[in-house]
Design a protein around this ligand. Structure first.
Ligand SMILES: [Ca+2]
Ligand SMILES: [Ca+2]
Length: 89
C-alpha cells in the first residue's frame, strides 16, 4: 500500500511538471506583434504596435505586442515585433 501511494505521488508530480512545460512552451510559441495569431507579423500589425507604444491606441488592440504583460508596449517589444516581421516575410 505504501509503495502504491508512492507511485501515485510520483505520477502526480510528473503530470504537474508536464503541465508546466506545456504552459511555458505555449508562451514561447506566441509571436510578439502577431495581432491576429496567424503566425506572421505584417506591416499593418507593426503600425498597430507603434500606435500602442505612442499611447494612441489601447494595448487591447494587439495584446501580443505586450510580451512581458506589463500593460505597455515598449521599444524592445516593438523591436521583437519588427524582427518577427522580417523573419516571416
Ligand atoms: Ca499576423
Ligand atoms: Ca510590455
Amino acid at each position: 500500500m505504501r509503495i502504491l501511494l508512492h507511485k501515485v505521488g510520483a505520477a502526480a508530480a510528473a503530470l504537474a511538471m508536464l503541465q508546466m512545460a506545456m504552459v511555458v512552451a505555449g508562451v514561447a510559441q506566441q509571436t510578439v506583434g502577431d495581432c491576429d495569431q496567424d503566425g506572421s507579423v505584417t506591416v499593418d500589425e507593426l503600425v498597430v504596435g507603434v500606435n500602442i507604444a505612442l499611447g494612441e491606441s489601447p494595448v487591447a488592440d494587439c495584446p501580443s505586442f505586450d510580451a512581458d504583460g506589463d500593460g505597455q508596449v515598449t521599444i524592445d517589444e516593438l523591436t521583437l515585433g519588427v524582427n518577427n516581421a522580417l523573419k516571416h516575410n
